[in-house]
Design a protein. Structure first.
Length: 183
């Protein structure tokens, strides 16, 4: 089931482009900026391909003097590394170099292919973010487009998002009480 949803949404995202996509990304940025500017430490994915754009968010956070960390794959895990110099990582995505940050992250912004009405996400199938979410507390924010909301059943190891930001607004799932773990 998840593989079918993954394929369907990859196709839909690839077809979503031009002015509608640029407008959607601008709206996502505005919603994000207005809702999450009061934090200090942000762990933000480095968007590529057809993912919802994070570059505008990253540059705005840096300009505002916030601490911004991007993911780097280390074995079976991702670690937050301060924004700085980059090299191409295992999946062809630019990853930051330097020491991993071990302190508190206030907001984690995660990519997704789909999110269900309970806040569980489908990513690329490697489980990096679910493992990361199990290791600490952070506000778990998914970024994407409204059409990525899809009904599917989550697995027992999945960790739910707290909120989903799309071009139509912010959907709050109310999962922060139980840490987003399936109950």
């Amino acid at each position: 089931m998840k593989d079918e949803v993954r394929s369907k949404l990859k196709f839909k995202r690839r077809c979503f482009g031009g002015a509608p996509r640029a407008d959607a990304d601008a709206n996502i940025f505005e919603f994000f900026k207005n809702a999450y500017s009061g934090y200090t430490h942000y762990f933000v994915y480095n968007s590529f391909g057809s993912e919802a754009d994070t570059l505008q968010i990253i540059f705005w956070l840096l300009k505002a003097g916030k601490s911004v960390y991007l993911p780097r794959v280390e074995g079976e895990n991702i670690v937050p590394v301060p924004y700085g110099s980059f090299k191409t990582g295992a999946f062809g995505i630019s990853e930051p170099q330097g020491q991993a940050y071990k302190g508190k992250i206030d907001v984690t912004v995660t990519p997704l292919l789909a999110v269900n009405p309970k806040g569980f996400r489908i990513g690329y199938g490697k489980g990096f973010y679910d493992r990361y979410f199990n290791c600490g507390e952070s506000l778990k924010i998914g970024l994407g487009y409204y059409f990525q909301i899809e009904d599917f059943s989550e697995d027992e190891w999945d960790v739910a998002l707290d909120e989903f930001v799309c071009e139509r607004g912010i959907i709050k799932f109310g999962n922060s009480i139980n840490g987003g773990r399936k109950t």
